[in-house]
Design a protein around this ligand. Structure first.
Ligand code: GLU
Length: 487
């Protein structure tokens, strides 16, 4: 099968966990394919049975669907080069390995565990990195046949060149050259006839027509071995794009233990899917211009491998929050109210409040839904507060001016018939004008009296609308009492 189109794949192992770094790999593979009108393939690499986790494949499907990274070929929808689950492809690898044996690029190895262990111990004792010592590299045809006839178990190993160097090109890391002498004669086929992960990965990528291999740079050191396999087969080498890790800070990787390394963790923390994808795109990739907020479609247009950085990306929750805020502001007011409501209701249970107004004041200043409950906790009940709050340098208020202001405001508020924003605005501002005072002289004490807090979503007028006339008057009276008591 020949492919003249770009074909990328996301090849996750089902670990039960969608690490941010893995999702980023999926995203880049998706973007690169879509940008080039190519094909994005999902291959599940489930051959490592020790890591098998129930339901883990569903986490992969669900995450990709939720984020919109829809695959064109994959286990559930099939495609021309299936099966797309590695464990269902097991039959084919031995044949490929035998081709390499024919070509002299691989060989039978009959060494048993005990021998390998001895070699390892000796190597370690002499301070050499453990590697296969090449004991079976040069067995004659007859020796091999005799051992096969005797039923001695064997593996197939890759025959690494002992001299010279291997160079490969990576789009992010440039040309990388290694001495062949350091390459271990790695096992391709195990004693049970099954391929090792490294071998299956290469054969799968080739037989699936993958043109661009995008993955974490923990695979960079294996790539020379992969390259030698491609060369031995006479196959086209794919374009390699290795991505630097996502770090928590300069020294620690973003890890499961921190509880914020997976897509699920971020969603549970209240981040919007679109914001997470947008932010993840920027983790180690820089767009050409200044724009940072992109829809998935925009990312497809913008994406370019040359923008991927080889330095590790540091996960910045502050930036993620800011991007999340940008997405929250883009929501329609109705949608925002619907999404914010469960969070509002965590601390604000009163039924007689103007929830539309709560949503209106929250939307422009919310970066994360989980920050909402704490912002509206004063609505149900006025908290105990310190009258020092009435003193505000910039507003030029103190407890005396505040007492005056609240005393003026009380009859004004009592006189407002239709309790809405316009009427309140009209009434309060004509009083301000009449007295010739600064806005803050009136509005700051009002906000403090109604909320008992220094920071509130919305100002005094909005809060008055939210809590209604009766409660507004009661809170203003309470403020007056408090200030009088201290005077
Ligand atoms: N299955 C590997 C992983 O989950 C991916 C390897 C690759 O992309 O080549 O780490």
């Amino acid at each position: 099968m020949t492919f003249d189109k770009v074909r990328t794949r996301f090849a996750p192992s089902p670990t039960g966990y969608m690490h941010v770094g893995n999702l980023r790999t999926a995203l880049y593979a998706y973007l690169l394919a879509k940008k080039n009108n190519g094909t994005f393939i999902l291959r599940i690499e489930d051959t490592d049975q020790e890591r098998y986790v129930e339901g883990a494949v569903d986490i992969i499907y669900n995450t990709l669907r939720q984020t919109g990274l829809l695959w064109d070929e994959g286990p559930d929808i099939g495609g021309p080069v299936g099966p797309y689950i590695q464990s269902q492809r097991m039959g084919m690898f031995k044949e490929y390995a035998m081709q390499l044996v024919e070509k002299g690029a691989a060989y039978y190895c009959f060494c048993d565990k005990e021998r390998l262990e001895e070699v390892k111990v000796i190597q370690q004792a002499s301070g050499i990195a453990p590697h296969y010592d090449g004991h079976c590299r040069n067995l004659s045809k007859e020796e091999i046949q005799a051992k096969l006839d005797a039923g001695i178990p064997y593996v197939i190993r890759q025959k690494m060149p002992q001299e010279g160097t291997t160079t490969f090109h990576d789009e992010v890391f440039g040309d990388i050259t290694v001495e062949n002498s350091i390459l271990d004669d790695q096992i391709l086929i195990k004693t049970d006839g099954m391929p090792t992960y490294n071998f299956a990965n290469v054969v799968d990528d080739h037989t699936m027509g993958i043109t661009h291999v995008i993955r974490g740079n923990e695979y960079l050191s294996s790539t020379p071995k992969y390259n030698l396999l491609y060369q031995a087969f006479g196959w086209d080498i794919p374009v390699y794009v290795h991505c630097a890790p996502v770090m928590k800070n300069a020294t620690e990787k973003l890890s499961k233990r921190n509880g914020d390394a997976s897509f699920q963790d971020l969603i549970a923390k209240g981040y919007l899917t679109e914001a997470v994808i947008n932010y993840i795109a920027l983790l180690g990739w820089s767009p050409k211009g200044e724009q940072e907020v992109f829809t998935l479609e925009e990312l497809v247009q913008e994406f370019d491998i040359s923008g991927i950085s080889k330095s590790p990306a540091i996960f910045d929750p502050v930036k993620l929050k800011a991007i999340n805020g940008a997405y929250i502001r883009k929501l329609s007011p109705e949608k925002f109210e619907e999404m914010a409501m469960p969070y509002i209701r965590e601390t604000c249970k009163r039924e007689d409040v103007n929830t539309a107004m709560i949503a209106e004041v929250l939307q422009p200043r919310t970066e994360l839904f989980t920050d909402i409950p704490e912002q509206v906790d004063f609505i149900d009940q006025l908290p105990e507060y310190d009258i020092a709050l009435y003193t505000h340098k910039k507003m030029k208020t103190n407890s005396e001016t505040s007492l005056e202001a609240l005393n003026c405001l009380l009859p004004v508020l009592e006189g407002v018939e239709d309790w809405n924003m316009d009427a309140l605005h009209q009434a309060i501002f004509s009083k301000i004008e009449e007295l010739g005072v600064k806005n803050g002289y009136m509005l700051w004490p009002l906000r403090v009296a109604l909320s008992g807090k220094q920071f509130t979503p919305g100002g005094g007028l909005e809060i008055a609308v939210i809590i209604g006339k009766e409660d507004t008057l009661a809170r203003v009276r309470k403020g007056i009492e408090k200030l009088k008591a201290e005077a």
